[in-house]
Design a protein. Sequence first.
Length: 415
Amino acid sequence: MSVESGKKVLGINGAGRIGKLTLWHHLHRGYFDTIVINLGRAVGSGLDDVVQSIVTDSTYGPIQKFLYGLSGTLDVSIVDADHGLLTMFGKQVKILQEARNPRDIAWRREGVQLVVDTTGVFTDPTVPADDAKGSIRGHLEAGAKVVINSAPFKIKDKSRPEPDDTTMMIYGINHTEYRPGRHRVISAASCTTTGLAHMIKPLLETEETSRILTASMSTIHAATNTQSVLDTVAKTKATDLRKNRSILNNIILSTTGAAKALEKVLPEIKRVGFMADSVRIPTSTVSVVNLNMTFHTPVDAMGEPVINRAFINGIYERAAHGSQKGQLLFSVKQNVSADLIGVRAAVVIEGNDTHTRTGFVEIPPEIMASQGITMTKPISFPVTHAKIFGWYDNEYGSYTCALGDLTEYIDRMIA
């Protein structure tokens, strides 16, 4: 039994952290009439157990209270247990449990044109659709027109170029570059890249802060399911033993691909040479980017640097009410991470803690002489270093909502 024809149908592969929250997002949003979730295996003892797993959450609480407040009531019914049919808050939901390989999922039968793969497993777009272990391209063979991957691409064979039909997109950054018919396999980047891109964009669009000399960031990041609850033994040939240490008990230094991914959605940053790292901490969600940037700063008529704390906060205040309205929020409250759980924004700038310091870089005559320029005394020019903090709910409020915006935009384009 397939879902009712003539409806807007979304396919979701996987019901982990992002998969389940993507379902929540679209149930509340209401754009899709039907949502088909592929689990690829049996869950518990039946469909009742599937329902329990997708309507409860240890971080956000029960679905009805998270989406509709204290007065919210659970509106979920099993219509046909044999065929996995449910109704949830007035929408039709179908659960598939037969296939794990994307090429074998019944998207065509269910009328699914657009799939969001949230498994984090199929990240190499060069793997052919018929690969025995599965491929992101298998969704296309199974009937989808477009697939969005909720993770950055990782091409294992570095000698292979990224296929022409792939791209990386973040809503509010470069989503309008989507071309129907051409882009069929899309990466929605990562939670950190999403927040970081929205922090960088208004700086690049402002003349005074577009002249970036150096840039780096650290994300103080909540735990993810890739980490160990308790200490475990590292896998064969593992090089980072910290990944096997308990996230319950430790602050863990780690890596992030956010800087490399940022270049794909904001190509202007390539000339800067961005550095990025991650520090994992034992919280369930909400992370913060600590962005450090050095600018060649102009001075005003009085010789004072133009770029200062007020100037940078002003950039973000204008962006929050202008070009990035709804995606970037500006706050002068003294927030802690729990205050940002569920807040819908790609990033929330913590304006209270923006800091700048201006100094002068001196170039001695001998350096200028090596370039064929004769100087009798050193020259100096002002540079301003800025430290900017941006909160992001790395599970729902930032990433899942940005992913949902991108998903609806693409569906409208391919419909």
